[in-house]
Design a protein. Structure first.
Length: 183
């Protein structure tokens, strides 16, 4: 199943209330972030990264929880069950789903070092990714909007940590080029 098929299978269009709610949250957060940037509490690039993070998380929560059609409460409590299916039963679909779950919070990991204006440890990004993912999984369980599973939390956390690692390397490279422009 390709990404488009996954998207249209699990997601309905956003309602007007959902759009207004998300825009309201975005505008309130943007106001606070812009105020912090104008008072020099944070840099402009940090403010931009924070706003991008808010928009991205709204899209993620919208697509993984709020626009999904309610079904029945489903959960898989066995850790790494999806990898057992991939390795034992050669499930290509679950392999793709696992990799897509790693990709889901990769952009969050990319934004974290920019938001904190320094390299942060990938272990902290892993933890933050797992916390974000746990909130998604709990919402899915509470609102009957998908499968609650530990594997998604792990995959999302790994993706967030990998994004952070990539951005840390890019920042280090960029700062090195600024110090030595001819090299």
């Amino acid at each position: 199943m390709d990404i488009y098929q996954i998207w249209i299978t699990h997601n309905r269009p956003w309602s007007e209330k959902e759009i207004v709610f998300c825009l309201t949250i975005l505008l309130l957060c943007a106001f606070c972030v812009i105020k912090a940037a104008c008072t020099h509490k944070i840099k402009i690039r940090q403010a931009a990264a924070l706003i991008l993070l808010i928009v991205y998380l709204e899209i993620v929560f919208g697509s993984t929880v709020f626009t999904r059609t309610p079904t029945v409460r489903r959960y898989e409590l066995v850790p790494l069950w999806s990898w057992a299916e991939v390795l034992v039963h050669h499930s290509r679909d679950l392999l793709i789903e696992n990799l897509l779950n790693c990709v889901l919070l990769f952009p969050v990991g990319l934004l974290l070092p920019v938001i904190f204006d320094s390299g942060i440890r990938p272990s902290r990004a892993l933890l933050l990714g797992c916390i974000i993912s746990a909130s998604i999984e709990l919402c899915q369980l509470i609102f009957w909007r998908g499968l609650f599973e530990w594997d998604d939390m792990l995959h999302n956390g790994i993706g967030c940590a990998l994004g952070c690692l990539v951005m840390n390397v890019l920042i280090k490279y960029w700062r090195g080029r600024k110090k030595h422009p001819d090299g």
